[in-house]
Design a protein around this ligand. Structure first.
Ligand code: CTP
Ligand code: CA
Length: 222
């Protein structure tokens, strides 16, 4: 038996990806997060493994089974996700940032449960590090692919992120469309790279994952 490259186009490639939401602690019993289900990232991990890649999936808290032949690392906060990505990025050929990383965390998360007292309270937030931009800034960077969740001006914002984060490709989705994107089984993507684009119409996330990986394989240097 001789393995062909036709059905395993990512054989020999090492892929690292992030998926799911992050949780930013307010105190030991509370956090802020978002509605990301992790489905798109897990579909990408499954599809990449099926295409022969060596896959490491760094996931925030989600309710999904680990796909076959995927090495999974669980994290909670954005800072933990960044640390785990940096610990695992060496030798990686493709990085996909699919996680819905919280943009802000609490400036001073409390060690003890916060008791209620005043009628109003304020929480101070500070910006989280940008994991995707940090990978794209590495000297020996992998082919770096981002996602963009937008509710308007999808193409404009996505192209802006492609450029200022110095990405090789970005997959944008309009999260204002009901039944698509966040928490849904289906999605639709507009994919942009520095000199091209491709629309991937509404489909099951696993189907889209295969199409996006085929595009990545086509656009990345050998
Ligand atoms: N991302 C990341 N680290 C962050 C924020 C975002 O790695 N701290 C990644 C996401 O995984 C995604 C991409 O950046 O691949 C775009 O995320 P998105 O939330 O759409 O864009 P932001 O750059 O955070 O800008 P904004 O939320 O203001 O649109
Ligand atoms: Ca964001």
């Amino acid at each position: 038996f001789v393995a062909t490259t036709t059905n395993k186009p990512l054989q020999g490639k090492k892929l690292l990806l992030t998926a799911g939401p992050t949780r930013e602690a307010i105190d030991p019993v509370r956090y802020i997060s978002n509605h990301s289900s992790g489905k798109m990232g897990f579909a990408l991990a499954q599809a990449a493994a099926e295409m022969g890649a060596d896959v490491t999936l760094i996931s925030g808290p989600v309710n999904l089974a680990t796909p076959n032949n995927v090495q999974r690392i669980n994290v909670e906060s954005a800072q933990q996700m960044l640390d785990s990505v940096m610990d695992n990025v060496e030798g990686i050929d493709i990085f996909i940032g699919c996680a819905a990383v919280a943009d802000y965390r609490f400036a001073d998360a409390a060690n003890e449960k916060i008791k209620k007292s005043a009628d109003k309270m304020q929480l101070n937030l500070v910006k989280n590090p940008d994991i995707l931009a940090s990978v794209a800034a590495l000297a020996n960077k992998p082919f770096t692919v981002g996602f963009a969740a937008e509710t308007s001006n999808v193409e404009g914002y996505a192209k802006g992120k492609l450029e200022h984060k110095k990405l090789d490709m970005i997959a944008a989705n309009d999260v204002s469309v009901k039944g698509l994107g966040f928490n849904a089984d289906n999605n639709a993507l507009q994919v942009f790279w520095p000199n091209g684009s491709q629309a991937l119409p509404v489909a099951d996330k696993l189907v889209l994952a295969r199409q996006l990986l085929a595009l990545i394989n086509q656009q990345m240097p050998n």
